[in-house]
Structures are given as structure tokens and as C-alpha cells.
Design a protein. Sequence first.
Length: 120
Amino acid sequence: MSNDNGLVDEYENLEKQKKEIEQKEEELKKKIIALAQEKNTDLLFGNHKKCSLKEYYKIIYPEDKTPILELIKKKGLYDRFSSISYLKLNSAMAKGQIDQDITNLTKKEKAWRLSFRDIL
């Protein structure tokens, strides 16, 4: 088994660093929020940047969205709030399961997805 010039290891290391950075980012965000609340302010200053904070309400939907969808449809709002699932549409187009008239309006280009697993 060859090492492939260390590229896989380097990419895997960057992915690990990215996760660690994202965790650190979340921790710092919590500390910034706590400090702003402690100081009763919505503006904090660093040496080079200022940070403004704005509290908002995040909407969290239930895991089973069926009741919400049924009510939206019943109240005539479905067309206004529904959207295409491009992920599902892409998959169906790639498998040739979509009408050619629709497929002809799109183009295909090659792309790469990388995934990693431990070597056993």
C-alpha cells in the first residue's frame, strides 16, 4: 500500500484541524455572549475589530413535520413556502429518471467528493 505522497494524510489533518477550529469558535462565541451579557452591552471591542451582538429567536421545527405541512397545505400556503429539493432532483437526473425536456435545461460537469475511512 503506497502513501500517495502524504496528500491523504494532509487532507485528513486539515479536516481534523477544521473541526477543532469550529469547536474553538463555538466556545469563544459562548464566552463573548456571556461577557456581553455580564457587561449588559451589545458591543464589544478587540484590538482590530468590534463585535456587535444581536439576540434573535431561532425557529426549531419538530422532527416530524407532517402536521405543519398538512396545515400549510390546508391554509393554501404550500406553493408560497415549498421549494425544490435540488439534492433529490440532481440524483434523479443523474440516474436518468427525469423527463429529458427538464434535463436539457441543465448542464453536467465533473466534480469530486472525497471521503476518508480508517485503515484497518
